[in-house]
Design a protein around this ligand. Sequence first.
Ligand code: FE2
Length: 396
Amino acid sequence: MFIVNLLLGIIALLGHLALWTAASNRLHATALPRYWVKVARAVIYTITFLAPLLFLQNSVRDAGWGFQNRVLFSFSLPQIYLGLCWISAVRTIALWLGRQLWTANPLLLESNHTEIVNIAHYLKQKPAESRKAILLSRIPGNQIYELTTNVKILRLPRLPEELDGLSITHFSDLHLTGQLSRKFYEEIIHRANQFQSDLVMITGDLVDHPKCISWLPETLGKLRAQYGVYYIFGNHERRMQNEHVLQLDDQLQQLGLVSLTGHWMEVNFKGSQLILAGNARPWFVACPDMESCPPRKPNAGPLRILLSHSPDQFAWANSYDFDLLLSGHTHGGQIRFPVIGPVVVPSWYGTKFASGVFYQEPTLMHVSRGIAGTTPLRINCRPELSQLVLRTLSAQ
Ligand SMILES: [Fe+2]
């Protein structure tokens, strides 16, 4: 009986952790004021760590995990919660198994040519500036400097023939906090330019600290693309004071970047029209008015591309007939465990859209792992800089 109780206890503990991690992930997908996020997070962490200790204390007192008949039918609050934990554990395992069996449609993500470069080796010094970054960078396995550059060929089912080969450099979540040096970001931008893509698109969380706005001329301001460099804001811009957000927006536009936060625009690409739009919900409430947009005609355009900070706007993109959705925010989970994968992902969908390519007709979504974060720690989850090359289904 002890073994059975121990096993049930372990399953309940897994379910308990899954339950409160899910709550934390959803909390960080909301636009609640920062103060309330911190309060709610403190409550979640307290329950996460205290509840197992209380159960353990009870189980020691009762010599078991309460699976004896005398308590099975008592339906006390702890017993009901224990039942919830078991259900949560079974659900989590079922979801995990489902995702192992599900893979991106190989027809849509044709290739993923990947190179890894250690920016610290290249700069011949660790680009950590803050004490926190210096300490965390010493943790064995921390990959904050190990940039992955990807070239991904994406087959878009409705891509008009004339847009075959359109290339987009996509990256996200630079997080200019001052924790990593300006040189680190200059190197990232240099490598982004090496792709020589038609368009560059950045999906939010560019600057965290107003002091880093002065870095922009030497970093984002150096980005070049024949058909433009576009950006939207993310939740970390929302955390800055309004005057700093306006200053940031103004500075980026003076440097030649184009804001798509909350609106759409038409771009001419070699005689074809593209609709580019930006949705930074829920943090920036303005939404592109897609009702006023030229209609999407199958196989004739104009192709619709959406920049959204969070992958949670996948359903919105889908409802407005977008062909491609570029997203970030999740940082790929930052720590990816062997077998389990990412755990902490700030999304209403939990870990489902942590990073990678996803398709739901007619929208293909690319979620970037991002470049950095406010906590410079990445385990088994390298920063990512991608070039996406769009191809028709039939092109050779
Ligand atoms: Fe971010």
